[in-house]
Design a protein around this ligand. Sequence first.
Ligand SMILES: Cc1cc2nc3c(=O)[nH]c(=O)nc-3n(C[C@H](O)[C@H](O)[C@H](O)COP(=O)(O)O)c2cc1C
Length: 370
Amino acid sequence: MSTSQRKIEHLLLCVEKDVEAHKNYTGLRASGFDDIDLVHNCLPEINKKNLFLESEFLGKNLNAPILIASMTGGHPDTKAVNATLAGAAEELGIGIGVGSQRAAIEDPNMEDSFRIVRDKAPNAFIYGNVGAAQLNEFGIEGLERAVEMIGADAMAIHLNFLQEAIQPEGNVDATGCLEAIKKVCDELSVPVIVKETGAGIAHSQARAICDAGASAIDVGGLGGTSWAGVETYRAQKRGDILSEHVGKLFWNWGIPTAVSIVESTISIPVIATGGVRSGMDVAKSIALGSSLCGVALPLVGPALKGQKDVVDRLNLMIEELRVAMFLCGCRTIEELGNTALVINGRTREYLEQRGFETGKFANRTLKYNK
Ligand SMILES: Cc1cc2nc3c(=O)[nH]c(=O)nc-3n(C[C@H](O)[C@H](O)[C@H](O)COP(=O)(O)O)c2cc1C
């Protein structure tokens, strides 16, 4: 199957089937967000009508700390979807990523489905997308074409070895990836974001990504869209019993998003993606250490309807974020980054076994006792 056909198949599966990670054995969402409590402030001493959600990311201002995560392009039918998502990003003053540009680097006829994003969002923060496994094949010249295609402000390099391992056509040679990422960070004309796609990033790889020269990390953690899940459905359709079995087994593989945020917060901005489903999840992500959040799956259905539906879904999230900020007494996103939170249950156990001090988040309140 061609790259282009696979792109449209993925998009349709995401609306037709339940492709999310399952709840874990505690009955809570696999992302770990349900284990996080933001500590309520009964005397916020701020006006909810006077909150500042603006944040700066890689040199560009966003009206809210939210990105429409990398999703589509690369098939003629995806052009309208990208146009709708881009129109929403422009209207709200937030950022947007395009899906993998591989199909357009391989076949210039597919470029239109990506170019439309810059046409519809002339002022938005837009980031390109290419797989780590394709870096050597495309070279810096191919990546610069991808940058030019959408007037990209940054380029995301995606890591999706879970999906590649399940796809029969997957690229499973991961040798030399870090070196290739380093070369792109050194030579590409725009900042590089290294992103996972649903299996999360652990501390030592986050450190290696920082050392390689990336400008931001998108944790793409477990808890949202499961690419093992998507591949399970594809395998079922073609009667591929082996891939179906492996896809089901690895459906919930990965580092939960809430954990991965803590693991990856080192020295460069972190984007929290993977199961972010409300403004409260956005607030929790930022309190855990991320700079902003990415949202993909919740926007697929609205994007097939129209720009208003996408804007309405995102505005709901922004309002939820406002309420959370107000109730934590945080006027700015920066203050939200320092608000007190408590980590419970499996997420706490996970982080403690990994050597992280979970109490430091709750102890943020202690400053008021001094
Ligand atoms: C339909 C769809 C297509 C996607 N395509 C890409 C892609 O081409 N490149 C990429 O890096 N991530 C891709 N992703 C992954 C998202 O950017 C994101 O990391 C992941 O879906 C987790 O977010 P979510 O739980 O909000 O969906 C895609 C997600 C969806 C739902």
